[in-house]
Design a protein around this ligand. Sequence first.
Ligand SMILES: [Zn+2]
Length: 462
Amino acid sequence: MKLKIYNTKSKTKEFFKPIDLNNIRIYVCGPTVYDRAHIGNARPVVVFDILYRLLKYIYGEKSVTYVRNITDVDDKIINKSISQNKSVDEITSETIKWFAEDNKYLNVEKPTHEPKATQYIPQMISMIETLVSKKNAYVLEDGEVLFSVNSFNTYGFLSRQNLESMMIGNRIIIDKRKRNPLDFVLWKPTSRNNIGWNSPWGYGRPGWHIECSAMSKEILGDTFDIHGGGIDLIFPHHENEVAQSICANNKRLLANYWMHNGFVNIEGQKMSKSLGNYLTVDDLRRRNIDGAVIRFVLLSTHYKQPLDWTSRKVDEAQNILNKWYNINNKQNSKINGIPPNKILDALCDDLNTPLVLSEMHNLLKEEDYQGFTNSLIFLGLNPINSKNSINSQKDQQKEKVNEIINLLIHERKNARGNKDFKKSDKIRIKLEKAGVSINDLENETKWTLKPNFNPRILLTEE
Ligand SMILES: [Zn+2]
């Protein structure tokens, strides 16, 4: 089993060679916590969750360190705290709680570390000091510290741009205080009323890019295996992380492999608040769309491609998963955590999840139910973390039973409406046999479970 991943740096698919077989290190840029996560934020979370699961499977549970940071100091957070008249801490703790709930709903495993930027301010200050002393950064009169892109001659290698095309392509605002218009903020002075920290350059707060450089260095070291994030982060965020880290650490590389997932559109359109098609994980939960359904749709397109989120895809995913769960419920598969080779091979080919999903259909055709169940769990598509994720497994079983009984009663009502008494009788007999006592009232049918209730009978075809 050999893992191949597409490396943004080389623009080719490469065999993955870890630096240390006993400690595979991966860093993924996490959310800036000021608002509910939208479906575009959920995509990298799910994509890199699949990678995390796969790496643990290949190299061993304890041999993978996965870091996904939390940016908890930022202009957007401060603006929201002002507009809502809440403290920065209130905004960030509330949003972090939402993010954790969303991830649980999406059956995403917790990373090894989820560092908050505000807990690494001394490391950021020390990194900036190094950059200033090495003349990779300069301090303005008001205490602002900027990184000098001219001091790093391979600036632009990740996004494969030269300085000139970056300026043209990215509408850089000309600021006369900057040596180069692309120079970016490492430390920003701020008023004492705002969130901030004392530093050699006065009271202020760090720039966004330095946060990731400092946190990855502290937790993973100067050079690690994989750095991931959304495609929109390549420039300037990742480009800037590389420049800071390489200059400050005196190393040739920050990460050996760079992985970026594509954008998410909604019904063929760019998602934006102004278009009114902004979709959060919470919106979907309120519409009773299962976490597994969201996960399925996110995995149905290869992670590198743009994903078009459509209600048709949601319906299709729901139908497929219903069918799969039905089959799964009838089988007594042994769960051993080992998916069949064809599933692993597809995942090892740069996380080819669309192929994985079609192989799932093939497993059913071949009646490899054990392989199917193990794959379902491996992919995190098992129904455990559905809309009842907070409930215990026992509650979920109860819920499932209720669902089936309600469905049968509904079918019976329809059959009676169509004067298909043969069918309605058959359903009634099945319910009675299973130990469900039914009571037809004027407008509805009430049911209760008898002591001899046996859910297995409900699941049989006859
Ligand atoms: Zn980052």
